[in-house]
Design a protein around this ligand. Structure first.
Ligand code: XUL
Ligand code: CO
Length: 437
């Protein structure tokens, strides 16, 4: 096949002094941090949807992207060719993984049977390309939101036939993920929510969502798929309220419906900010529950209130993200998946390289800074000391469940007033972080 990026060779690590915009300044995949290579820590993935299907259209105008390899048709042949281009890109970038929705990789047919046939025909090429390049599938997912049939949701639709269609689509997407050796499968609740409660039986809809997930858990066992299931929280967009609104809501939902042992969370930065949280908050919420699985790396714009899916370049963001990831033991099945798109104005193919190189370098820096903060130890020691009163005496007794309410009362009556004796030292800690950035 003719190269789609003939003037670009494999992106190399050239170090922080390099002025080459097509080189990594910080992402040296072989460098060891905390006993693992950067490649093993970060497990970068390229998304098929934004990177190879994004047109640059917005509510005010048509697409702008120049993608000379794409003939613009909805044919299987074009999809297969696009797959080869995708792998040329991913391989040149040096990302070890990629992710897709079923409908990104292959065109939807007139019937589900035809769609499945198209999907198989493209999956064959994906499999060949994975073998040729060594690039692996981090996770697959089904697009249960673009087609008008999903107008009222997929598993949460008021129409049982729509549920059936969605379930069949999930079944097929799981099979193809399994066939391609995928390491995970994600459920993002595209339109699983409501626009108005006036027409919505919320309890019934949530039960139906749980039903679909239970069916998927059962089928996973049946086909022997060992990959990790993820739920990806997002509070709104496209619906006014999505049921998987944030990490805490997802965890509660999973617990309520006995699904928690089967799922981890895939935390996305711009979704966290739409929920009124920081990425760090969402990661800590997931991590504390033992459910931090993977991340969709991107960022929003502080002045815009929607899901702009920009490439992450903010070193504080990547540092705090990697501090949480390292704290909870690092990625096992998950990774850093760039669910991000180049701006509508960045329409040349080369912009795809600049965007990913910048994101990978930002995460490499974040990882190294986080590791340095951990090695230094002052931050962790501060937090440990802050809770020292719980390590002995009455604190330890309460924590271990050995103190009754009566005993606690007796203790404090004897002790008398308690005066605040430890400062939170926020400014001191912020300065400490800046020592490393
Ligand atoms: C939408 C979003 C999705 C999921 C996969 O905001 O993040 O692309 O990551 O369905
Ligand atoms: Co996402």
């Amino acid at each position: 096949m003719k190269s789609a990026f003939p003037n670009i060779s494999s992106i190399a690590y050239e170090g922080p002094q390099s002025k080459n915009p097509l080189a990594f300044k910080h992402y040296n995949p072989e460098e060891i941090v905390e006993g693992k290579t950067l490649r093993e820590h970060l497990r970068f993935a390229v998304v098929y949807w934004h990177t190879f299907r994004g047109t640059g259209s917005d509510p005010f105008g048509a697409g702008t992207m120049q993608r000379p390899w794409d003939d613009g048709s909805n044919s299987v042949k074009n999809a297969q060719k696009r797959a080869q281009v995708a792998f040329e890109f991913i391989q040149k970038l040096g990302a070890p993984y990629y992710c897709w929705h079923d409908r990104d990789v292959a065109p939807e047919g007139k019937t589900l049977a035809e769609s499945n046939k198209n999907f198989d025909a493209v999956a064959k090429v994906l499999k060949e390309e994975q073998k040729r390049t060594g690039v692996k599938l981090l996770w697959g997912t089904a697009n249960l939101f673009s087609n008008p049939r999903f107008v009222h949701g997929a598993s949460t639709s008021c129409n049982a036939d729509v549920f059936a269609f969605a379930a069949a689509q999930v079944k097929k997407a799981m099979e193809v993920t399994h066939e391609l050796g995928g390491e995970g499968y994600t459920f993002w609740g595209g339109r699983e929510g409501y626009m108005t409660l006036l027409n919505t039986d919320m309890k019934r809809e949530q039960e139906h969502l749980a039903k679909l997930l239970h069916l998927a858990v059962g089928y996973k066992k049946q086909i022997g798929f060992k990959g990790q299931f993820y739920i990806e929280p997002k509070p709104k967009e496209p619906t006014k309220h999505q049921y998987d609104s944030d990490a805490a809501a997802c965890l509660n939902f999973l617990r309520e419906y006995d699904l928690l042992p089967h799922f981890k969370l895939n935390i996305e930065t711009n979704h966290a900010t739409l929920a009124g949280h920081t990425m760090q908050h969402e990661l800590e919420t997931a991590g504390a529950a033992g459910a931090l699985g993977s991340i969709d790396a991107n960022t929003g714009d502080e002045l815009l209130g929607w899901d702009t899916d920009q490439f992450p370049t903010n070193i504080y963001l990547t540092t705090y993200t990697m501090l949480s990831v390292l704290k909870y033991g690092g990625f096992t099945t998950g990774g850093v998946n760039f669910d991000a798109k180049v701006r509508r104005e960045s329409f040349e193919p080369i912009d795809l390289f600049y965007a990913h190189i910048g994101g990978m370098d930002a995460f490499a820096r974040g990882l190294k800074i986080a590791a340095a903060i951990r090695k230094d130890g002052r931050l962790a020691e501060f937090v440990k000391q802050r809770y020292a009163s719980w390590d002995s005496g009455i604190g330890a007794k309460i924590e271990s469940g050995k103190a009754s309410l009566k005993e606690i009362e007796a203790y404090i009556l004897k002790k008398g007033e308690v005066t605040p004796n430890t400062s939170g030292r926020q400014e001191f800690l912020e300065n400490l972080i800046n020592e490393f950035i």
